[in-house]
Design a protein around this ligand. Structure first.
Ligand code: NDP
Length: 500
């Protein structure tokens, strides 16, 4: 018998039947917050109440940290043979795959992401990430230092201890996996704090981690608002905090670490990435398609969104027209319809923020080329039209600040030097792209662009786990993904043995 067509009605029926777990997960068990407080979790699709989620407080933070410390000291995870941790983490990845549709539906309902992106991108991506680090654990040897002949110098890596992972709402399960996978793989005990705007997949992950065999106390999920994140950042018994989110909160977390126990701080923050299209671009249609996807995918709620499109004057008019036509195809629709490319903005606050920036663009003299309005308001959800501004002054707010919505600023330039100067004149340095047919120009520009990732003749390609991901300047420090991420969750130890 063939499986049913997974259309809007299919997903809506599944949404009705979902049993949503909404409690925190501490020391191997789901439990309500100690305060018994909850907060409303509403879907941005239609504003409907999904569930009431545990609002953890200091007592829950203390319990989770104590469970993390106890499990770490006991060696129930850190002390296992790496092959054993690998086996459990591979099982965890397998369970995520088995629950792909359920997790994808939770993600879509919770933060408005198109179901097709969640089923094909976010959830399989999370499973792949966990599997990748599982596979890496027993292929990451230490070093022997070259030193005097009567000295044996060992350089080893040890788990840092109790790791807090504070993650945002734009890619909830994927950003969580980018942190928890290398942290767990290297033997740490982990406390995951999802955003209050999108806690549901993190909560579900905890049960799957337990079913996979991760011991009690090794993986905990604390739900609640930013106060929970701050309590973790201030906690004297948290050894490391890994954060993805806004630059403002990243700065606060660094302060908290300085104020408390100097825990290691790893930050993946905002961006205002420049996508530079030169007149010799080898394929303007492909570049236009990529430029539209770079700002519309995930409703523009992406730290690497290509939010500044820099176009060389000679091709500006024709290229803007192509981008306008491409972006016009990204009209928001019901996130549970598999045909939908652009879903809902995460909540009312973010919707107002995006609309506020659109208003600021108009006020500051930018020319509206497309969109600019809220749409689908009758659904009770939060949707914004794909929006393009032509900007003559690259210093106005919409061209400088992270909007986190489908709002593109197009800026024209004459020379490559000018384009690089504009691209680098930013507090951020997360991503950048250059489109050119000339190899030397491509490599020269890639070297000069101050960004953690530079794409040449593409945008957002290379999503597999091998590439380190992170930023220069106020886009953060450290890198997610790749073997380099494992460095963040370990301490380096030199052991010096005198042989005679
Ligand atoms: P935040 O930076 O506030 O949220 C990210 C995470 O940090 C969430 O889990 C949040 O919890 C938590 N948090 C909030 N305050 C604190 C604190 N004082 N100490 C520790 N943790 C804290 O992002 P916002 O939701 O406010 O989004 C605002 C803007 O931030 C966006 O418009 C976008 O520009 C940027 N952003 C960038 C992201 C990126 O990927 N680089 C991701 C998300 C946002 P809670 O949500 O429960 O309050």
């Amino acid at each position: 018998m063939s499986s049913p067509e997974k259309n809007l009605a299919y997903w809506q029926a599944h949404a009705q039947a979902l049993q949503i777990e909404s409690r925190a997960f501490i020391d191997g068990h789901y439990a309500p917050a100690q305060t018994e407080e909850t907060f409303e979790c509403r879907s941005p699709i239609d504003g409907e109440l999904l569930c009431e989620v545990a609002q953890c407080g200091q007592a829950d933070v203390d319990l989770a940290v104590a469970a993390g410390r106890r499990s770490f000291e006991a060696g129930v995870w850190a002390g296992l043979h790496p092959r054993q941790r690998k086996k459990v983490l591979r099982k965890f990845a397998e369970l995520i795959r088995l629950h792909n549709d359920e997790l994808a539906l939770l993600e879509s309902l919770d933060m408005g992401k198109p179901i097709n992106d969640a089923t094909r991108g976010d959830v399989p991506g999370a499973a792949q990430c966990i599997e990748w680090y599982a596979e890496a654990i027993d292929k990451w040897p230490g070093e022997v230092a070259p030193c005097d002949h009567n000295i044996l110098g060992l350089i080893t890596r040890e788990p840092v201890g109790v790791v807090a992972c504070v993650v945002p709402w734009n890619f909830p399960i994927l950003m969580a996996s980018w942190k928890i996978a290398p942290a767990l793989a290297t033997g740490n005990s982990v406390i995951l704090k999802p955003s209050e705007k999108s806690p549901l997949t993190a909560i579900r992950l905890a049960g799957l981690a337990r079913d996979a065999g991760i011991p009690a106390g090794v993986f905990n999920v604390l739900t609640g608002d930013g106060r929970v994140g701050e309590a973790l950042a201030l906690h004297g018994d948290v050894d490391c905090i890994a954060f993805t989110g806004s630059t403002a909160v990243g700065k606060r977390i660094m302060q908290c670490a300085g104020q408390s126990n100097l825990k290691r701080v790893w930050l993946e923050l905002g961006g205002k990435s420049a996508n530079i299209v030169l007149a010799d671009c080898p394929d303007l249609d492909r570049a236009a398609q990529a430029a539209a996807g770079a700002i519309c995918y995930n409703m523009g709620e992406m730290c690497t969104a290509g939010s500044r499109l820099l176009v060389q004057r000679a091709i500006k008019d024709q290229f803007v027209e192509r981008v306008r036509a491409e972006m016009a195809t990204w009209q928001p629709a019901h996130p549970l319809d598999p045909a939908t490319g652009m879903g809902a903005i995460v909540d009312d606050i973010q919707l107002k923020r995006v609309l506020g920036y659109i208003e600021a663009g108009k006020q500051e003299g930018a020319t509206l080329v497309l969109g600019g309005q809220q749409t689908r308001a009758d659904t009770g959800g939060y949707y914004v039209e794909p929006t393009i501004f032509q900007v003559s002054d690259p210093n106005i707010r919409i061209a400088r600040e992270e909007i986190f919505g489908p709002v593109l600023s197009i800026i024209e330039f004459d020379t490559l030097d000018e384009a690089i100067a504009i691209a680098n004149r930013s507090d951020y340095g997360l991503g950048a792209a250059i489109w050119t047919a000339d190899l030397v120009t491509a490599h020269t520009a890639a070297r000069r662009l101050r960004a953690g990732t530079v794409w040449v003749n593409c945008y957002e390609e290379g999503s597999d786990m091998n590439f380190p991901f992170g930023g220069y300047k106020q886009s953060g420090n450290g890198r997610d993904k790749s073997l380099h991420a494992m460095e963040k969750y370990t301490e380096l130890k030199s052991t010096v043995v005198k042989l005679g």
